[in-house]
Design a binder for this molecule. Structure first.
Ligand SMILES: *Cc1c(COP(=O)(O)O)cnc(C)c1O
Length: 452
């Protein structure tokens, strides 16, 4: 077996998603209503999400069938290839075996369509006409724009204004698929008008864009809202990555000792790792590592508390590692890794030590990304470049130990829209930044008042 790409036939696209909730060794904390301090029910979410997705959010079934129209749409790019990084192994002169699952082959260039397609399908089935969402750098917005086009829905994307102006290509991508892209804050919503009244030149933020997208959905009967990470059902949709990878590792005659993924909200890491964690719960030896930026060190330096999901403090309270919802993300280049919290499922497993976490500075991350691109050809997005750095370090550790370990990571997207960041790195203008510990402590202290 000396394959570089391990590919599956279309018939091997999974027929069901894996719901890790059914196998959890410890129960998940309930989502809490900020007013009543009681657990929320399906009805609380009904204005924003279709019932099928709400039921998936609270499902305890181990396997949830993938509807045939979603599997059919997955065929546009799934199964995605599993690569054996033979050239990187040679470059590092390591006895480690390195594999990566490449999600950059989707039309949007990342793993995000895996959930966008499912969400668009269930909304269409529920008679919804239009979906709203927010986007920062544009990865999620473009995945949803694609999915809405394929399932016949209209799509409104509130895009953080500074990204809208400075990163026009993702916007054009969304428009090409027919989405309406609105720079946020906008005059479309009360939230946006309020912000503009105070600060007409506001550059916008993800928190503001969320408020606008949620308000737009909540005030229109035929419109719902869509979220690209964090929620249980989003992580579940992403398990097609790990379910395919398991089949491919078996074809390669291997099983990972270490599974690595970068973490923004947690969906790509969970998508690859959860089907393998199912084996770990049964006693299999396996390490799972989540990699985050030092500029947004949620797992490594946050606290495990109830917090709002958004900056405007309008969502229900969720228990997660958090930097506090007032966290102002610094302008690092891994735009997808700047969320103040992480998925409750990932946080629970981290808290109980089923998952490890590590944080890195962005210059070391880009150095790893360039090393990877020069060995393997693919230019990684800045987000999965965090995983690449961890993988290289583990491979070099194997060399020092004189042992061969099998390392599997998620290459969640390509970096073709991130070349400005590469340019800054290559010309020595990229700077490191670690979020100040004092600011984290202060923001987290303020959360005491909202704990149930
Ligand atoms: C959005 C994004 C991420 C971060 O989100 P997760 O939910 O943590 O996966 C990572 N990689 C890519 C390519 C993304 O687009």
């Amino acid at each position: 077996m000396d394959s570089v790409k391990i590919v599956l036939d279309e018939s091997r696209i999974p027929k069901a998603w894996y719901n890790i909730v059914s196998d959890l060794p410890v129960p998940l904390a309930p989502v809490i209503h900020p007013g009543t301090k009681q657990p929320i029910g399906p009805d609380d979410l009904a204005p924003l999400f279709p019932m099928d997705l709400i039921l998936q959010e609270v499902s305890t079934e181990r396997e949830v069938p993938i509807p045939e129209p979603v599997r059919d749409a997955y065929r546009l790019y799934r199964p995605t290839p599993l690569y054996r990084a033979r050239r990187l192994e040679r470059a590092l002169d390591t006895p480690a075996k390195i594999y990566y699952k490449y999600e950059g082959v989707s039309p949007a260039g990342s793993h995000k369509p895996n959930t966008a397609l499912a969400q668009a399908f269930y909304n269409k089935q529920a008679g919804v006409r239009r979906l709203t969402t927010e986007t920062g750098a544009g990865q999620w917005g473009s995945a949803l724009a694609l999915a809405c086009r394929l399932f016949g829905l209209e799509c409104t994307v509130y895009m953080v204004k500074v990204s809208y102006e400075q990163k026009p290509y993702r916007k054009v991508m969304m428009q090409t698929w027919g989405a309406e892209v609105i720079p946020s804050p906008s005059t479309r919503t009360n939230a946006g008008r309020g912000i503009l009244a105070k600060d007409p030149k506001s550059p916008g933020s993800l928190g503001m864009a969320i408020s606008e997208a949620v308000e737009d959905a909540a005030t229109h009967d035929d419109t719902k809202y869509s979220l690209g990470s964090v929620l249980n059902h989003v992580l579940m949709h992403q398990t097609v990555i790990g379910l395919e990878a398991k089949q491919q590792m078996e074809m390669a005659g291997d099983y990972p000792d270490i599974v690595v993924g970068c973490i923004g909200g947690g969906s790509n890491m969970a998508g690859l790792a959860f089907p393998f964690l199912a084996d770990k719960f049964k006693g299999k030896k396996l390490r799972v590592v989540a990699v985050e930026p030092e500029a947004c060190p949620t797992l490594t330096r946050g606290d495990y508390l109830y917090d709002f999901g958004d900056t405007a403090a309008t969502t229900p309270l969720i228990k997660m590692y958090t930097l506090g919802h007032t966290f102002v993300p610094p302008a690092i280049h891994a735009g997808g890794l700047r969320y103040h919290g992480d998925a409750p499922l990932v946080c629970l497993l981290y808290h109980h030590k089923y998952i490890e976490a590590v944080a890195y500075q962005q210059r070391a991350v880009f150095e790893a990304a360039v090393q990877f691109a020069r060995a393997e050809g693919i230019i990684p997005a800045p987000e999965p470049a965090h995983a690449v750095l961890k993988v290289i370090q583990e491979a070099l550790q194997c060399k020092r130990d004189g042992t061969s370990r099998t390392i599997l990571f998620n290459l969640s997207g390509h970096g073709h829209f991130d070349l400005q960041a590469y340019e800054e790195f290559l010309t020595g203008r990229l700077e490191d930044y670690a979020y100040p510990q004092q600011q984290i402590q202060q923001a987290v202290r303020e959360l005491a008042a909202i704990q149930p």
